[in-house]
Design a protein around this ligand. Structure first.
Ligand SMILES: *[C@@H]1O[C@H](CO)[C@@H](O)[C@H](O)[C@H]1NC(C)=O
Ligand SMILES: *[C@@H]1O[C@H](CO)[C@@H](O)[C@H](O)[C@H]1NC(C)=O
Ligand SMILES: *[C@@H]1O[C@H](CO)[C@@H](O)[C@H](O)[C@H]1NC(C)=O
Ligand SMILES: *[C@@H]1O[C@H](CO)[C@@H](O)[C@H](O)[C@H]1NC(C)=O
Ligand SMILES: *[C@@H]1O[C@H](CO)[C@@H](O)[C@H](O)[C@H]1NC(C)=O
Ligand SMILES: *[C@@H]1O[C@H](CO)[C@@H](O)[C@H](O)[C@H]1NC(C)=O
Length: 235
């Protein structure tokens, strides 16, 4: 009798599949993109303005592909995501900004060299594949790719939302706490754990901390065991 002809084994197999996919789900599942037409290897919930960033960084050709999602502050407002190669705030931000014009979403690039100089035009690095969309809940998404300097491990990013466009340019955003806090680092390459000589294999297991892979596989084992117990109860 093969494993798949035995009902209890089949149930066990199904249960294992469910358990495995559950434990492998990443944070990204709750950060579903509005359109969801592109796949990214990483995602992060930005700390303010209800925004998220999905991204894929290819270190080989130093290209960063992103999807920035946020609700604009007013239904016909704008959303923006920027890399600041020279500072940490808005001054210097090389910005991708999306808004709805005549019913369709457009993305424009702005060189924001200072608070009083927001100039539509080329950025200080290459950008391509710019696109934007909005969903029925009013969330907007900016898609795009940017070239970063070789060997970049992290970037200063800035994001923002605003109420609308006027005279072809973005209207001022609010200066609330959440708006002013919309800056941060984007880690492109996972940080190595604090510099320390790598432990020898014999001591490795005991030195593994709570964030180690061992602990994670411990959770997996826990799920497996509790799954087996509930299965036994069911039978
Ligand atoms: C973020 O979302 C929450 C709940 O959906 C809402 O109450 C809040 O006003 C939103 N904040 C912004 C800045 O849109
Ligand atoms: C990264 O870019 C290089 C050069 O274009 C390409 O060969 C490689 O397949 C890319 N890696 C991924 C994961 O897409
Ligand atoms: C780098 O590689 C990725 C994946 O292969 C590709 O999408 C991207 O266009 C490449 N970037 C450049 C600057 O060629
Ligand atoms: C919207 O359409 C009007 C009329 O066709 C045109 O004058 C205007 O430039 C368009 N706006 C944008 C941002 O494309
Ligand atoms: C952005 O604006 C600043 C100030 O006007 C200028 O020095 C810089 O060259 C501009 N960057 C690009 C890519 O045009
Ligand atoms: C991005 O995701 C990949 C694959 O899941 C992972 O190896 C990498 O460490 C992540 N990068 C960051 C910066 O978290």
């Amino acid at each position: 009798m093969g494993p798949c002809t035995s009902p209890s084994l089949l149930l066990l197999l199904c249960l294992s599949v469910i358990l495995i996919s559950a434990t492998h789900a990443t944070d990204c599942s709750s950060l579903k993109l509005a359109g969801g037409k592109k796949q990214y290897s990483n995602c992060t919930e930005l700390p303010t303005l209800n925004s998220t960033l999905h991204f894929t960084y290819n270190a080989t050709n130093s290209s960063l592909s992103i999807a920035f999602s946020a609700p604009p502050s007013k239904p016909n407002g704008w959303i923006a995501w920027a890399v600041n190669p020279t500072g940490t705030g808005m001054a210097g931000a090389q910005t991708l900004l999306a808004f709805k014009a005549n019913g369709s979403m457009v993305v424009k690039t702005y060189n924001i060299s200072s608070y009083s100089s927001i100039v539509e035009g080329k950025l200080s690095f290459d950008v391509w594949d710019l696109e934007a969309e909005s969903d029925k809940d009013g969330k907007m998404v900016i898609y795009g790719s940017v070239k970063v300097a070789a060997s970049t491990e992290k970037l200063n990013q800035v994001w923002q939302v605003g109420p609308g466009m006027a005279d072809g340019g973005p209207m001022k955003h609010d200066f609330g706490k959440a708006n002013l806090a919309a800056v941060g680092e984007l880690q492109l390459v996972e940080k190595l754990s604090p510099a320390a000589p790598s432990p020898s294999p014999s001591t490795q297991a005991s030195e593994k901390g709570p964030n180690s892979g061992y602990w994670v596989s411990g959770i997996n084992a826990g799920f497996w065991i509790s799954g087996l117990i509930s299965l036994l109860i069911l039978m």
